[in-house]
Design a protein around this ligand. Structure first.
Ligand SMILES: C=C(O[C@@H]1CC(C(=O)O)=C[C@@H](OP(=O)(O)O)[C@H]1O)C(=O)O
Length: 385
């Protein structure tokens, strides 16, 4: 199913940029978890267009409506449907792009696959699709708070074009990141990054960059050892976001420059816990979390739709040129931060439920009738921390 994600906490997103609306249906959310529209809106507001002078000026309030799955402010355990209506479509900007393929956008490949596409807006390939993911992750965050309160997922802009931020994943705070419109964790880089985005936009051009993310407080034991390794799940989740072109975890590609002696993370007992004294593994070993911070990076390419004439072809096969029109991000990075956090949260949520389902209960021979599984129990089992 092309628009579904997750095994136990399963979501289906729907919608096109210029259709009636976008949203998500979540199946498998545990019952009796506090959930309000305000919990979802808080996260959608960090993702929405028009939020600052350096993002797409399309004016959408992105107001979330919960259509099902809650009662009196708590989840029912039934499917949760969340919809956001589109209100500010300008289809005329797309008249030319309906027949001329935007270089490096999804226009040609959608046609090649389906023989048809929504010609107005980015269609299904628009970043508006990520509204469903961010809304689902806001629900997952509520569940995580109940099942495993210590977990924190935090992302920031690590680089824009060749401008690099210096950020310590151990200590960077949400307040520092949300305190600037770029969402970088390095106050010294805020102005240079804003200037760079403004410069390329004024030049009808675009730039990409890297989002870095840390998951703090993740218990050891999450992730499956073979195909569904936690880093494989994170990689797939991140590379499913629009405009992504790269993923690396821990030492990543730079780790290839080290020897094993230099690269291994030595173990030590610290405060009664098994810890490592370095973290080149990025918190995952053998596909399973080891309790250290999970640190990874995601590369976003320069936005495809640029206001510069470039070679392209028409859908009927003639060589031509196309200059983009409409309202677009000259750099997706500031709005990509909540998208990366959302996908990381969804992976964690699914794997916490999977761990709980397979390993979260005492072995059968140790069980007495008194400690039979209580379906009303929502707290994390002891071995999940
Ligand atoms: C509106 C959003 O971003 C949009 C992403 C996008 C694209 O092609 O990806 C194209 C623009 O919108 P439109 O489809 O109206 O041209 C952006 O503004 C959003 O993320 O909410």
């Amino acid at each position: 199913m092309s628009s579904s994600f997750g095994q136990l906490f399963r979501l289906h997103t729907f919608g096109e940029s210029h259709g009636g609306g976008v949203g998500v249906i979540i199946d498998g959310c545990p019952p009796r978890i506090p959930l309000s529209e305000a919990d979802i809106q808080r996260e959608l507001d960090r993702r929405r267009p028009g939020q600052s002078e350096i993002v797409t000026p399309r004016k959408e309030a992105d107001t979330a409506e919960i259509l099902s799955g809650t009662h009196d402010g708590v989840t029912l355990g039934t499917p949760i449907a969340i919809v956001v209506r589109n209100t500010d479509q300008r289809p005329s900007s797309y008249d030319e792009m309906a027949v001329k393929y935007r270089p490096s956008h999804a226009d040609y490949t959608y046609d090649a696959k389906y023989g048809i596409r929504a010609p107005s807006g980015g269609g299904r390939a628009s970043a508006r699709e990520t509204i469903g993911r961010v809304a689902a992750a806001a629900v997952a965050t509520q569940v995580l708070k109940a099942l495993h309160p210590g977990i924190e997922v935090l992302a920031w802009v690590k680089s824009i074009h060749d401008l690099n931020a210096t950020v310590d994943p151990e200590t960077v705070s949400f307040e520092t990141i949300e305190g600037n419109i770029v969402r970088t964790g390095d106050p010294a880089m805020v102005e240079p990054m804003i200037e760079r985005i403004k410069e390329v936009r004024a030049d009808g051009n675009s730039v990409g960059g890297v989002v870095e993310c840390v998951i703090r407080g993740c218990p050891p034991g999450l992730g499956e050892p073979v195909f569904d390794k936690l880093e494989a799940e994170l990689a797939k989740a991140m590379l499913s976001l629009p405009a992504t072109k790269g993923f690396e975890i821990g030492s990543g590609f730079a780790g290839t420059l080290l020897t094993g002696r230099e690269h291994n993370d030595p173990f030590r007992m610290i405060d009664g816990k098994i810890r490592t004294t370095s973290n080149r593994s990025g918190g995952i070993q053998g596909g399973i979390s080891n309790g250290e911070n999970i640190v990874f990076r995601v590369a976003f390419k320069p936005t495809a739709t640029i206001m510069t004439s470039q070679d392209t072809v028409t859908s009927s096969g003639e060589n031509t040129e196309l200059k983009g029109r409409g309202r677009h991000d000259a750099c997706v990075l500031p709005r990509a931060v909540p998208m990366v956090e959302a996908m990381a949260t969804l992976v964690l949520m699914d794997h916490l439920l999977r761990q709980r389902a397979q390993n979260g209960f005492p072995p059968v021979e140790e069980k007495s009738h008194e400690d039979d599984f209580d379906p009303n129990e929502t707290s994390a089992p002891a071995d999940l921390g």
